[in-house]
Design a protein around this ligand. Structure first.
Ligand SMILES: Cc1cc2nc3c(=O)[nH]c(=O)nc-3n(C[C@H](O)[C@H](O)[C@H](O)COP(=O)(O)OP(=O)(O)OC[C@H]3O[C@@H](n4cnc5c(N)ncnc54)[C@H](O)[C@@H]3O)c2cc1C
Length: 365
Protein backbone atom coordinates (compact mmCIF):
# COMPACT_ATOMS: atom_id res chain seq x y z
CA UNK A 1 0.00 0.00 0.00
CA UNK A 2 1.47 3.33 -1.03
CA UNK A 3 0.20 5.30 1.96
CA UNK A 4 3.13 7.59 2.74
CA UNK A 5 3.87 10.35 5.26
CA UNK A 6 5.09 13.91 4.84
CA UNK A 7 8.56 12.81 5.96
CA UNK A 8 8.81 10.00 3.48
CA UNK A 9 8.34 11.93 0.25
CA UNK A 10 11.65 10.97 -1.21
CA UNK A 11 10.60 10.62 -4.78
CA UNK A 12 10.06 13.13 -7.48
CA UNK A 13 6.66 12.99 -9.11
CA UNK A 14 5.37 13.98 -12.52
CA UNK A 15 1.96 14.92 -11.20
CA UNK A 16 0.71 16.07 -7.80
CA UNK A 17 -3.04 15.92 -7.27
CA UNK A 18 -4.63 17.95 -4.49
CA UNK A 19 -7.72 16.36 -2.94
CA UNK A 20 -8.97 12.78 -2.97
CA UNK A 21 -12.59 13.13 -4.09
CA UNK A 22 -13.82 11.60 -7.32
CA UNK A 23 -12.19 14.45 -9.27
CA UNK A 24 -8.78 14.03 -7.63
CA UNK A 25 -8.79 10.24 -7.73
CA UNK A 26 -9.94 10.33 -11.34
CA UNK A 27 -7.15 12.74 -12.28
CA UNK A 28 -4.59 10.61 -10.44
CA UNK A 29 -5.76 7.44 -12.19
CA UNK A 30 -5.70 8.93 -15.69
CA UNK A 31 -2.25 10.44 -15.11
CA UNK A 32 -0.98 7.08 -13.83
CA UNK A 33 -2.54 5.29 -16.80
CA UNK A 34 -0.50 7.63 -19.02
CA UNK A 35 2.66 6.49 -17.26
CA UNK A 36 3.16 9.37 -14.81
CA UNK A 37 4.44 9.01 -11.23
CA UNK A 38 1.62 10.48 -9.19
CA UNK A 39 1.35 11.87 -5.66
CA UNK A 40 -2.17 12.37 -4.29
CA UNK A 41 -2.40 14.73 -1.31
CA UNK A 42 -5.45 14.75 0.99
CA UNK A 43 -5.83 17.05 3.96
CA UNK A 44 -8.07 14.78 6.04
CA UNK A 45 -7.36 11.30 7.36
CA UNK A 46 -9.97 9.89 4.98
CA UNK A 47 -9.99 9.42 1.23
CA UNK A 48 -13.09 10.40 -0.70
CA UNK A 49 -14.25 13.87 0.37
CA UNK A 50 -17.88 14.65 -0.43
CA UNK A 51 -17.75 12.05 -3.21
CA UNK A 52 -17.64 9.23 -0.64
CA UNK A 53 -20.82 10.56 1.01
CA UNK A 54 -22.68 11.04 -2.24
CA UNK A 55 -25.11 8.94 -4.23
CA UNK A 56 -22.25 8.16 -6.62
CA UNK A 57 -24.42 8.76 -9.66
CA UNK A 58 -22.36 9.83 -12.65
CA UNK A 59 -24.16 11.80 -15.36
CA UNK A 60 -22.16 10.72 -18.37
CA UNK A 61 -24.24 10.51 -21.55
CA UNK A 62 -23.21 8.28 -24.42
CA UNK A 63 -21.60 5.44 -22.49
CA UNK A 64 -21.99 1.79 -23.47
CA UNK A 65 -23.41 1.19 -20.01
CA UNK A 66 -26.05 3.88 -20.47
CA UNK A 67 -26.95 2.64 -23.93
CA UNK A 68 -28.02 -0.66 -22.39
CA UNK A 69 -30.83 1.25 -20.65
CA UNK A 70 -31.67 3.64 -23.49
CA UNK A 71 -30.40 2.65 -26.94
CA UNK A 72 -32.40 5.47 -28.58
CA UNK A 73 -30.43 8.29 -27.00
CA UNK A 74 -27.94 10.17 -29.16
CA UNK A 75 -25.20 12.73 -28.89
CA UNK A 76 -27.39 15.25 -30.78
CA UNK A 77 -30.26 14.80 -28.32
CA UNK A 78 -28.00 15.29 -25.30
CA UNK A 79 -26.43 18.35 -26.86
CA UNK A 80 -29.85 19.86 -27.63
CA UNK A 81 -31.03 19.04 -24.11
CA UNK A 82 -28.05 20.83 -22.56
CA UNK A 83 -28.44 23.81 -24.89
CA UNK A 84 -32.00 24.19 -23.66
CA UNK A 85 -31.40 23.41 -19.98
CA UNK A 86 -28.16 25.36 -19.52
CA UNK A 87 -28.58 27.98 -22.21
CA UNK A 88 -25.93 30.66 -22.14
CA UNK A 89 -25.10 30.09 -18.49
CA UNK A 90 -22.29 27.70 -19.33
CA UNK A 91 -19.64 27.57 -21.99
CA UNK A 92 -20.90 25.48 -24.90
CA UNK A 93 -17.40 24.42 -25.98
CA UNK A 94 -16.79 22.96 -22.54
CA UNK A 95 -20.10 21.11 -22.67
CA UNK A 96 -19.22 19.67 -26.07
CA UNK A 97 -15.75 18.69 -24.84
CA UNK A 98 -17.39 16.92 -21.92
CA UNK A 99 -19.77 15.05 -24.23
CA UNK A 100 -16.83 14.05 -26.45
CA UNK A 101 -14.68 12.81 -23.60
CA UNK A 102 -17.14 11.25 -21.13
CA UNK A 103 -17.90 7.99 -23.01
CA UNK A 104 -14.22 7.30 -23.64
CA UNK A 105 -13.25 8.15 -20.07
CA UNK A 106 -15.86 5.77 -18.68
CA UNK A 107 -14.87 3.06 -21.18
CA UNK A 108 -11.20 3.44 -20.18
CA UNK A 109 -12.04 3.16 -16.49
CA UNK A 110 -14.18 0.08 -17.08
CA UNK A 111 -11.58 -1.62 -19.29
CA UNK A 112 -8.41 -0.79 -17.35
CA UNK A 113 -9.35 -0.28 -13.71
CA UNK A 114 -11.61 -1.61 -10.97
CA UNK A 115 -14.10 1.23 -11.56
CA UNK A 116 -17.26 -0.42 -12.89
CA UNK A 117 -20.69 1.07 -13.53
CA UNK A 118 -24.19 -0.21 -14.18
CA UNK A 119 -27.15 1.57 -15.76
CA UNK A 120 -30.09 2.91 -13.82
CA UNK A 121 -33.33 1.43 -15.15
CA UNK A 122 -34.95 4.77 -14.26
CA UNK A 123 -33.08 8.00 -13.63
CA UNK A 124 -34.66 11.06 -15.23
CA UNK A 125 -32.42 13.97 -16.12
CA UNK A 126 -32.50 16.91 -13.77
CA UNK A 127 -34.39 19.69 -15.59
CA UNK A 128 -36.47 16.87 -17.06
CA UNK A 129 -39.04 19.12 -18.74
CA UNK A 130 -36.69 20.39 -21.45
CA UNK A 131 -36.80 18.92 -24.95
CA UNK A 132 -34.70 15.77 -25.35
CA UNK A 133 -34.62 15.04 -21.62
CA UNK A 134 -34.63 11.31 -20.90
CA UNK A 135 -35.85 8.99 -18.20
CA UNK A 136 -32.72 6.84 -18.30
CA UNK A 137 -29.45 6.05 -20.02
CA UNK A 138 -27.41 9.13 -19.12
CA UNK A 139 -26.95 8.58 -15.41
CA UNK A 140 -24.95 5.52 -14.42
CA UNK A 141 -24.03 4.26 -10.97
CA UNK A 142 -21.04 2.43 -9.52
CA UNK A 143 -21.43 -1.29 -8.97
CA UNK A 144 -21.30 -2.14 -5.21
CA UNK A 145 -17.77 -3.05 -4.16
CA UNK A 146 -16.27 -5.54 -1.72
CA UNK A 147 -13.49 -3.72 0.15
CA UNK A 148 -12.13 -6.88 1.79
CA UNK A 149 -9.69 -7.33 -1.08
CA UNK A 150 -8.17 -3.92 -0.28
CA UNK A 151 -6.85 -5.06 3.12
CA UNK A 152 -6.01 -2.23 5.50
CA UNK A 153 -6.40 0.34 2.72
CA UNK A 154 -10.18 0.06 3.09
CA UNK A 155 -9.92 1.94 6.39
CA UNK A 156 -8.82 5.00 4.43
CA UNK A 157 -12.26 5.31 2.83
CA UNK A 158 -14.46 8.00 4.37
CA UNK A 159 -17.41 6.32 6.19
CA UNK A 160 -20.90 7.04 4.80
CA UNK A 161 -23.37 9.49 6.31
CA UNK A 162 -25.94 7.86 8.65
CA UNK A 163 -28.77 8.88 6.30
CA UNK A 164 -27.49 6.41 3.69
CA UNK A 165 -27.23 3.48 6.11
CA UNK A 166 -29.51 1.33 8.27
CA UNK A 167 -28.89 -0.76 11.41
CA UNK A 168 -26.12 1.59 12.52
CA UNK A 169 -23.87 1.36 9.48
CA UNK A 170 -25.20 -1.08 6.89
CA UNK A 171 -24.70 0.42 3.43
CA UNK A 172 -27.73 0.15 1.18
CA UNK A 173 -28.49 1.37 -2.31
CA UNK A 174 -31.69 1.64 -4.34
CA UNK A 175 -31.65 -2.07 -5.22
CA UNK A 176 -31.39 -3.01 -1.54
CA UNK A 177 -34.14 -0.55 -0.62
CA UNK A 178 -36.48 -2.22 -3.12
CA UNK A 179 -35.77 -5.60 -1.54
CA UNK A 180 -36.11 -4.23 1.98
CA UNK A 181 -39.55 -2.84 1.16
CA UNK A 182 -40.62 -6.17 -0.41
CA UNK A 183 -39.01 -8.49 2.13
CA UNK A 184 -42.30 -10.06 3.26
CA UNK A 185 -43.85 -10.10 -0.20
CA UNK A 186 -41.20 -11.80 -2.30
CA UNK A 187 -38.99 -14.80 -1.40
CA UNK A 188 -36.22 -13.35 -3.59
CA UNK A 189 -36.32 -10.08 -1.66
CA UNK A 190 -36.39 -11.91 1.66
CA UNK A 191 -33.29 -13.87 0.64
CA UNK A 192 -31.53 -10.71 -0.58
CA UNK A 193 -32.21 -8.95 2.72
CA UNK A 194 -31.15 -12.00 4.75
CA UNK A 195 -27.92 -12.17 2.76
CA UNK A 196 -26.94 -8.51 3.13
CA UNK A 197 -27.88 -8.34 6.83
CA UNK A 198 -25.90 -11.50 7.60
CA UNK A 199 -22.92 -10.15 5.70
CA UNK A 200 -23.17 -6.83 7.56
CA UNK A 201 -23.31 -8.53 10.99
CA UNK A 202 -20.28 -10.64 10.11
CA UNK A 203 -18.39 -7.59 8.82
CA UNK A 204 -19.13 -5.66 12.00
CA UNK A 205 -17.74 -8.52 14.09
CA UNK A 206 -14.66 -9.15 11.95
CA UNK A 207 -13.80 -5.77 10.43
CA UNK A 208 -15.61 -3.18 12.55
CA UNK A 209 -17.55 -1.81 9.56
CA UNK A 210 -19.51 -2.95 6.55
CA UNK A 211 -17.15 -4.02 3.79
CA UNK A 212 -19.79 -4.00 1.06
CA UNK A 213 -19.84 -0.38 -0.06
CA UNK A 214 -22.42 1.20 -2.37
CA UNK A 215 -23.11 4.48 -4.18
CA UNK A 216 -20.47 7.15 -3.46
CA UNK A 217 -18.65 4.74 -1.15
CA UNK A 218 -18.38 2.22 -3.99
CA UNK A 219 -17.20 4.89 -6.42
CA UNK A 220 -14.44 6.08 -4.09
CA UNK A 221 -13.45 2.55 -3.04
CA UNK A 222 -13.17 1.49 -6.67
CA UNK A 223 -11.21 4.62 -7.58
CA UNK A 224 -8.91 4.24 -4.57
CA UNK A 225 -8.29 0.52 -5.22
CA UNK A 226 -7.47 1.36 -8.84
CA UNK A 227 -5.16 4.24 -7.90
CA UNK A 228 -3.26 1.94 -5.54
CA UNK A 229 -3.06 -0.74 -8.25
CA UNK A 230 -1.46 1.86 -10.52
CA UNK A 231 1.14 2.82 -7.91
CA UNK A 232 -0.25 6.23 -6.95
CA UNK A 233 1.36 7.41 -3.69
CA UNK A 234 -1.13 8.76 -1.18
CA UNK A 235 -0.32 11.37 1.42
CA UNK A 236 -3.16 11.81 3.92
CA UNK A 237 -3.70 14.28 6.78
CA UNK A 238 -1.61 16.74 4.81
CA UNK A 239 -2.91 20.01 3.45
CA UNK A 240 -1.53 21.88 0.48
CA UNK A 241 -1.41 25.43 1.84
CA UNK A 242 0.21 27.12 -1.16
CA UNK A 243 1.59 26.59 -4.62
CA UNK A 244 5.05 27.95 -5.26
CA UNK A 245 5.36 29.60 -8.62
CA UNK A 246 8.44 30.60 -10.54
CA UNK A 247 8.16 32.39 -13.84
CA UNK A 248 4.46 31.57 -14.08
CA UNK A 249 5.03 27.84 -13.55
CA UNK A 250 4.21 25.82 -10.45
CA UNK A 251 7.56 24.74 -9.07
CA UNK A 252 6.62 23.52 -5.61
CA UNK A 253 3.95 22.98 -2.99
CA UNK A 254 3.73 24.08 0.59
CA UNK A 255 2.48 21.23 2.76
CA UNK A 256 1.15 21.18 6.32
CA UNK A 257 0.62 18.04 8.40
CA UNK A 258 -0.50 18.93 11.92
CA UNK A 259 2.05 21.38 13.29
CA UNK A 260 4.58 20.31 10.68
CA UNK A 261 5.00 22.34 7.52
CA UNK A 262 7.30 21.54 4.64
CA UNK A 263 8.05 22.82 1.18
CA UNK A 264 7.98 20.21 -1.52
CA UNK A 265 10.23 21.28 -4.38
CA UNK A 266 8.66 20.42 -7.65
CA UNK A 267 10.91 18.58 -10.05
CA UNK A 268 9.35 16.27 -12.54
CA UNK A 269 10.43 12.64 -12.17
CA UNK A 270 11.13 12.33 -15.86
CA UNK A 271 12.52 15.03 -18.06
CA UNK A 272 10.14 14.11 -20.85
CA UNK A 273 6.38 14.42 -20.45
CA UNK A 274 4.48 11.20 -19.64
CA UNK A 275 3.62 9.00 -22.59
CA UNK A 276 0.48 10.10 -24.33
CA UNK A 277 0.58 13.71 -23.18
CA UNK A 278 0.43 15.95 -26.19
CA UNK A 279 0.35 19.69 -26.69
CA UNK A 280 -0.89 21.73 -23.72
CA UNK A 281 -4.66 22.18 -23.78
CA UNK A 282 -6.01 25.35 -25.33
CA UNK A 283 -6.96 28.09 -22.90
CA UNK A 284 -10.50 27.65 -21.67
CA UNK A 285 -12.68 30.59 -22.63
CA UNK A 286 -14.59 32.33 -19.84
CA UNK A 287 -17.97 30.86 -18.92
CA UNK A 288 -19.89 33.90 -20.12
CA UNK A 289 -19.49 37.65 -20.22
CA UNK A 290 -20.52 39.61 -17.16
CA UNK A 291 -23.42 39.74 -16.65
CA UNK A 292 -24.51 36.46 -18.22
CA UNK A 293 -27.01 36.87 -21.04
CA UNK A 294 -30.50 35.57 -20.28
CA UNK A 295 -31.26 31.91 -20.82
CA UNK A 296 -33.38 30.86 -23.77
CA UNK A 297 -37.11 30.92 -22.93
CA UNK A 298 -38.29 27.70 -21.37
CA UNK A 299 -40.17 25.53 -23.86
CA UNK A 300 -43.75 24.41 -23.17
CA UNK A 301 -44.04 21.64 -20.59
CA UNK A 302 -43.84 18.19 -22.16
CA UNK A 303 -46.84 15.85 -21.92
CA UNK A 304 -46.89 13.74 -18.80
CA UNK A 305 -45.94 10.08 -18.81
CA UNK A 306 -46.00 7.52 -16.04
CA UNK A 307 -42.86 7.24 -13.94
CA UNK A 308 -41.83 5.88 -10.57
CA UNK A 309 -40.45 9.18 -9.27
CA UNK A 310 -41.54 9.63 -5.64
CA UNK A 311 -44.37 11.96 -4.97
CA UNK A 312 -42.38 14.16 -2.56
CA UNK A 313 -40.49 15.49 -5.60
CA UNK A 314 -43.62 17.21 -6.87
CA UNK A 315 -43.53 20.37 -4.92
CA UNK A 316 -43.91 24.00 -5.77
CA UNK A 317 -40.54 25.66 -6.22
CA UNK A 318 -39.64 28.91 -4.53
CA UNK A 319 -39.61 30.86 -7.77
CA UNK A 320 -43.20 29.90 -8.54
CA UNK A 321 -42.58 27.08 -11.01
CA UNK A 322 -43.48 23.48 -10.31
CA UNK A 323 -41.33 20.46 -11.02
CA UNK A 324 -43.99 17.84 -11.39
CA UNK A 325 -42.58 14.48 -12.41
CA UNK A 326 -44.01 12.86 -15.50
CA UNK A 327 -47.23 10.96 -15.00
CA UNK A 328 -48.79 13.13 -12.37
CA UNK A 329 -50.27 16.57 -12.35
CA UNK A 330 -48.49 19.45 -10.69
CA UNK A 331 -49.76 19.76 -7.11
CA UNK A 332 -51.69 22.93 -6.31
CA UNK A 333 -49.34 25.56 -4.96
CA UNK A 334 -51.08 25.63 -1.59
CA UNK A 335 -51.26 21.84 -1.12
CA UNK A 336 -49.68 20.85 2.20
CA UNK A 337 -46.56 18.75 1.78
CA UNK A 338 -48.03 15.87 3.81
CA UNK A 339 -50.95 15.66 1.39
CA UNK A 340 -48.58 15.64 -1.57
CA UNK A 341 -46.51 12.87 -0.02
CA UNK A 342 -49.52 10.70 0.67
CA UNK A 343 -50.85 11.01 -2.86
CA UNK A 344 -50.01 8.23 -5.28
CA UNK A 345 -48.82 8.33 -8.86
CA UNK A 346 -51.58 7.96 -11.37
CA UNK A 347 -50.68 6.47 -14.73
CA UNK A 348 -53.74 7.92 -16.43
CA UNK A 349 -53.12 10.30 -19.29
CA UNK A 350 -52.87 13.36 -17.11
CA UNK A 351 -51.31 16.24 -18.97
CA UNK A 352 -49.33 19.08 -17.56
CA UNK A 353 -51.16 22.39 -17.62
CA UNK A 354 -50.43 24.71 -20.49
CA UNK A 355 -47.44 26.93 -19.74
CA UNK A 356 -48.28 30.25 -18.24
CA UNK A 357 -46.25 33.30 -17.47
CA UNK A 358 -45.53 31.94 -14.01
CA UNK A 359 -44.20 28.64 -15.36
CA UNK A 360 -42.06 30.06 -18.08
CA UNK A 361 -38.37 30.13 -17.52
CA UNK A 362 -38.11 33.45 -19.20
CA UNK A 363 -40.32 34.96 -16.55
CA UNK A 364 -38.44 33.18 -13.79
CA UNK A 365 -35.08 34.42 -14.95
C1 LIG B 1 -25.48 13.70 0.11
C2 LIG B 1 -24.89 14.05 -1.24
C3 LIG B 1 -25.23 13.28 -2.34
C4 LIG B 1 -24.71 13.60 -3.60
N1 LIG B 1 -25.00 12.80 -4.66
C5 LIG B 1 -24.47 13.05 -5.88
C6 LIG B 1 -24.69 12.18 -6.98
O1 LIG B 1 -25.33 11.14 -6.85
N2 LIG B 1 -24.13 12.50 -8.18
C7 LIG B 1 -23.36 13.65 -8.35
O2 LIG B 1 -22.88 13.90 -9.47
N3 LIG B 1 -23.11 14.49 -7.31
C8 LIG B 1 -23.63 14.21 -6.09
N4 LIG B 1 -23.36 15.04 -5.03
C9 LIG B 1 -22.40 16.14 -5.25
C10 LIG B 1 -20.99 15.51 -5.32
O3 LIG B 1 -20.79 14.69 -4.18
C11 LIG B 1 -19.87 16.55 -5.38
O4 LIG B 1 -20.14 17.48 -6.39
C12 LIG B 1 -18.56 15.83 -5.70
O5 LIG B 1 -18.32 14.81 -4.74
C13 LIG B 1 -17.38 16.79 -5.73
O6 LIG B 1 -16.24 15.99 -6.00
P1 LIG B 1 -14.80 16.58 -5.84
O7 LIG B 1 -13.83 15.49 -6.09
O8 LIG B 1 -14.68 17.82 -6.66
O9 LIG B 1 -14.72 17.08 -4.31
P2 LIG B 1 -14.72 16.23 -2.92
O10 LIG B 1 -15.29 14.86 -3.13
O11 LIG B 1 -15.33 17.07 -1.90
O12 LIG B 1 -13.18 16.07 -2.65
C14 LIG B 1 -12.36 17.17 -2.35
C15 LIG B 1 -11.24 16.66 -1.46
O13 LIG B 1 -10.17 17.60 -1.46
C16 LIG B 1 -9.65 17.72 -0.15
N5 LIG B 1 -8.97 19.02 -0.09
C17 LIG B 1 -9.55 20.23 -0.25
N6 LIG B 1 -8.60 21.20 -0.16
C18 LIG B 1 -7.42 20.56 0.04
C19 LIG B 1 -6.07 21.03 0.22
N7 LIG B 1 -5.75 22.33 0.22
N8 LIG B 1 -5.09 20.10 0.42
C20 LIG B 1 -5.39 18.77 0.42
N9 LIG B 1 -6.65 18.29 0.27
C21 LIG B 1 -7.65 19.18 0.08
C22 LIG B 1 -10.90 17.59 0.72
O14 LIG B 1 -10.56 17.24 2.07
C23 LIG B 1 -11.67 16.50 -0.01
O15 LIG B 1 -11.32 15.20 0.46
C24 LIG B 1 -23.86 14.74 -3.76
C25 LIG B 1 -23.52 15.50 -2.65
C26 LIG B 1 -24.02 15.16 -1.40
C27 LIG B 1 -23.62 16.00 -0.22
Amino acid sequence: MADISIDSIAERYDVAVIGSGAAGLGAAIFAALEGARVLLIERTEYIGGTSALSGGTVWAPGTETGRAANPDDSREKVSAFLDSAVGNFGNRDMREAFLDAAPEAIATLQARTQVQFRPYPRHPDYEWDHPNATLNGRAIEPVPFDTRAMGAARNMIRPPIPEFTVLGGMNIDRVDIGHLLNRYKSPASFLHVARIVTRYMRDRALHGRHTRVVMGGALVARLLASALDLGVDILRSTEVTALTETGGEVTGLRLRAGARTAPYPWTAASSSPPAGSGAPPAAVPPICPTPCPPKAPRPPAIPARCTIWPSASARPMGRGTTRAPSGRPAPPAAAPMAAQRSSRISCSTVRSPAPSASTSRAAAS
